[in-house]
Ligand binder design. Structure first.
Ligand SMILES: C[S@@+](CC[C@H](N)C(=O)[O-])C[C@H]1O[C@@H](n2cnc3c(N)ncnc32)[C@H](O)[C@@H]1O
Length: 295
């Protein structure tokens, strides 16, 4: 069990990488690992607050006026930090080869272990991989003979990346279309826990039977959250219709990875099962983060 740091301020779960690049930051601050982590965390706080305020404003309640003023301040701060482009740039630094490369290495090694690179070549049909949250268009260049990747992102940073919100993809148009979907450091991006659950359900709809879902999350999302444990996460995945193939994380590490296989959705789940994943359950007390996925 990780130690709780008594005097540390609670911060949302953020990107776990520790960039070592010293390129100047757009806001003028340095890009040292600590500064970068702090900025990425601040972005996560601001993105979450932005969503809350937008909801208040849409609701048209009496506090909508003060929410509008606060929203302007929040959005100004995001702009001062360099906007979402700066956030993505910092995340790209974390993906750098100097720090062992991005999560795609883990996925590729698992796919190879399953001999998919051989069987796909024999079948002469490459694996259709949907890479959600792609910062670079060429993450899978090393296996282009057997992987046909479609990189998408909310804010595409390259012409070869499709600018597309995964949550707005048409489930009917994409039903059972994909062999593999990657959600690497994406599930922790939407501020609304139900949107995270919706991402997983959508992935289930869009994967072909026995298709594979790759997930990467900062380790504190499951090891230091008030509402999540590895077992709870796995139960939630099973309730959607996913079977765990691989998982990789270690105490004291920064990242957690999973590979799930799409199975038929369980025919019936009890009322209790539903409640378990639709509402927050407190698993840990004390100084924890609030990361949660809800169905
Ligand atoms: C922290 S970066 C992770 C990048 C990379 N996949 C990695 O593992 O390092 C998260 C990216 O996911 C993108 N993203 C978040 N929600 C998304 C959505 N609903 N649809 C498409 N992209 C999304 C963000 O724009 C951002 O570029």
């Amino acid at each position: 069990m990780p130690r709780a740091h008594k005097h540390r301020r609670k911060v949302p779960v953020t990107a776990p990488t520790a960039p070592s690049d010293h390129t100047p930051h757009p806001s003028g601050s340095s890009n040292r690992p600590q500064a970068t982590r702090t900025t990425i965390r601040r972005f996560h706080v601001l993105i979450k607050r932005q969503a809350q305020l937008q909801q208040i404003i849409q609701g048209g309640k009496k506090d909508a006026q003060s929410a509008t003023a606060e929203l302007a301040r929040v959005e100004q701060e995001m702009e001062d930090l360099g906007g979402l482009a700066a956030y993505q740039r910092m995340s790209t630094i974390g993906q750098g080869k100097d720090r062992g490369g991005g999560s795609e290495k883990v996925l590729i090694s698992w796919l190879r272990e399953m001999d998919l690179h051989q069987s796909v070549k024999k079948a002469e049909q490459r694996l259709r991989l949907l890479e959600v949250g792609a910062l670079k268009p060429d993450n899978y260049a090393s296996c282009q003979s057997w992987v046909d990747v479609t990189p998408i992102d909310l804010h595409a940073q390259h012409p070869d990346i499709l600018e597309q919100d995964f949550l707005l993809m048409d489930p009917d148009g994409h039903r059972e279309k994909w062999d593999v979907i990657s959600l690497s450091l994406v599930l922790n991006f939407p501020p609304n826990p139900k949107d995270r659950g919706q991402m997983l359900r959508l992935a289930h709809t869009m994967l072909r039977p026995d298709g594979l879902l790759f997930i990467a999350l900062p380790l504190p999302c499951i090891l230091n959250s008030r509402y999540m444990t590895p077992e709870h996460f796995d139960g939630l995945m099973q309730s959607i219709g996913f079977e765990q193939v691989h998982t990789r994380w270690k105490e004291g590490g920064k990242m957690a990875y999973w590979l799930y296989r799409r199975k038929p959705q369980p025919a019936s789940t009890t009322y209790h099962d539903h409640l378990l994943y639709e509402k927050k359950t407190v698993f840990r007390q004390g100084n924890r983060n609030n990361f949660v996925i809800l169905l």
